[in-house]
Design a binder for this molecule. Structure first.
Ligand code: NI
Length: 163
């Protein structure tokens, strides 16, 4: 288990299409463990393999801190509704932007044993599913932002007192 270096916007690995995973080897399992560790360390809700420089169709998500989801070769098979809200990415540090996504998403993928699974989610989980799967096709949310990309500084109560 190890924390891996998160690639940032401008690194061309983030714009490449990832390859399907054919088998989960010992190295793949290490990658998956490291991806979870790296996501939790960075306080993210999702991380895709290209963000740690690996062009494989693997993503991890945990929107609550208690529901780790591993997706291998995920694809969106159903969507409905719409949500518009703030989105951010560990590869675009300190920024956020408004993106419209489906409010419900169902994904077909494989687990670590390469058994087929389905994952469905609404709201934040639906947003995370769309965001992470887009990473696997080399797409960053910044391409979808409505209006300007904003600075997303951590909340500091002193900021409000100064106003
Ligand atoms: Ni991201």
């Amino acid at each position: 288990m190890a924390i891996r270096n998160i690639r940032e916007i401008g690194d061309e690995v983030l714009n490449k299409k990832c390859k399907e995973v054919k088998e989960v080897t010992k190295r793949t399992k290490e990658l998956i463990d490291d991806m979870f560790d790296t996501m939790y360390e960075a306080c993210g809700v999702g991380l895709a393999a290209p963000q740690v420089g690996i062009l494989k169709r693997i993503a991890v998500i945990d929107t609550t801190g208690e529901d780790p989801i591993l997706l291998i070769n995920p694809r969106i098979i159903e969507t409905s509704g719409e949500q518009t809200g703030q989105e951010a990415c560990l590869s675009v540090p300190g920024k956020s932007g408004v993106v419209t996504r489906p409010n419900y998403v169902k994904v077909a993928a494989f687990n670590e044993h390469m058994e087929p699974i389905e994952v469905e989610g609404t709201e934040l989980l639906a947003r995370a599913l769309c965001h992470e799967i887009a990473h696997l096709d080399g797409q960053l949310y910044v391409e979808l932002v409505e209006g300007e990309l904003m600075d997303a500084e951590p909340y500091d109560p002193e900021d409000e007192e100064e106003e």
